[in-house]
Ligand binder design. Structure first.
Ligand code: HPA
Ligand code: ZN
Length: 318
């Protein structure tokens, strides 16, 4: 089965590029840029909040345009070796602009890696810009405006970071403006957060997102399940990530969503921190749920259908 999963052409829709920073590259960049990291291990955590501490510390080694290039290109090489043919990658500009790194430095490095990955590895990708929900909505709006000169390089916007006390509704105006500017919309509704179902409801019903990242708690509200089915909204699940920030992979929930016909997909989230790329995530759920080949193919078809790939790319990777 592992061989089948490896050979199956795969798409990944929930991947934070800063979460692909492996310890080796982090330490090399830290040395090159003269950044001192805290001595305690940044890859040691037990919930979303403690994970995020290490995640932001880690990204402080990213300073110059080639750093962002190397980060992204290393991910693309790894993904291509696992059979990923299409990836939508999140980036967190405010994780960098808040440290004085210009927006352009970040996106130009990522873009150059995307073009090289396309040319050298045959891997297609698109960028999704995430706002950090624990910052003010005004900063998100300013970031949205800052992105507009690079609009052609960004397919959509998302919302990540610490969800506690930061509901989707806080960013309603920002997402409305993003929609007006032509961006597609997604948002994290992290697993087992406080008010998880209300957050999913706000994202789907009030903001009108095109996709939901995680969103497993939707199972607590059958009306919402019916609504995302009706609209064909994809849910980007991240099984191994769940094991680190909640109490397990939530594969039973994945099984229920799959059986209900919800467009669920399997993704890696922050693979350098959770030590599992998309292949290992798929192998994990295959083993836990004894998924058949047909079910694995359904997951991949879901990913293509829930993706924001342009028609030409869709045809090529289907
Ligand atoms: N949830 C919230 N914020 C994040 C995540 C996540 O899974 N990964 C990186 N930032
Ligand atoms: Zn995520």
């Amino acid at each position: 089965m592992e061989d089948f999963i490896r050979r199956m052409p795969k798409s990944e829709l929930h991947l934070h590029i800063e979460g692909t920073l492996e310890p080796g590259l982090r330490d090399r960049l830290a040395a090159r840029n003269g950044v001192t990291l805290p001595s305690r291990p940044a890859y040691d955590f037990h919930d979303l909040t403690s994970f995020l501490v290490g995640y932001y510390e880690g990204m402080s080694v990213l300073v110059h345009e080639p750093d962002f290039y190397e980060l992204a290109y290393a991910y693309f090489e790894k993904a291509a070796a696992q059979g990923v043919v299409y990836a939508e990658i999140f980036f967190d500009p405010q994780g960098h602009t808040s440290r004085g790194i210009p927006f352009g430095t970040v996106i130009r490095g990522l873009r150059r890696a995307q073009l090289d990955a396309r040319r050298v590895l045959g891997l297609h990708s698109q960028l999704i810009m995430c706002f950090l929900r624990d910052f003010q909505a005004e900063y998100a709006m300013a970031t949205l405006l800052e992105s507009l000169p690079y609009k052609d390089w960004i397919v959509g916007v998302g919302l990540d970071s610490d969800e506690r006390g930061n509901p989707p509704s806080k960013f309603a105006a920002v997402f409305a403006r993003a929609r007006q500017e032509g961006y597609l919309l997604t948002m994290h509704c992290d697993v087992d957060q406080q008010d998880a179902v209300q957050h999913i409801r706000q994202a789907v019903m009030d903001i009108g997102v095109d996709r939901v990242d995680h969103g497993v708690n939707i199972l607590e509200d059958s009306e919402l399940v019916a609504e995302v089915k009706r609209r064909g909204i994809g849910l980007t699940l991240c099984p191994v990530s769940n094991r680190f920030v909640t109490d397990g992979t939530k594969s039973a929930e994945l099984r229920r969503l799959l059986d209900e016909g919800v467009r669920v997909t399997v993704n890696s989230d922050d693979p350098a921190y959770f030590t599992a790329y998309v292949l290992e995530n798929l192998v994990t759920v295959q083993q836990e749920l004894d998924l058949t080949r047909d079910e694995l193919v359904t997951l991949q078809r879901n990913a293509i259908e829930a993706s924001w790939a342009p028609p030409a790319v869709r045809q090529e990777v289907l």
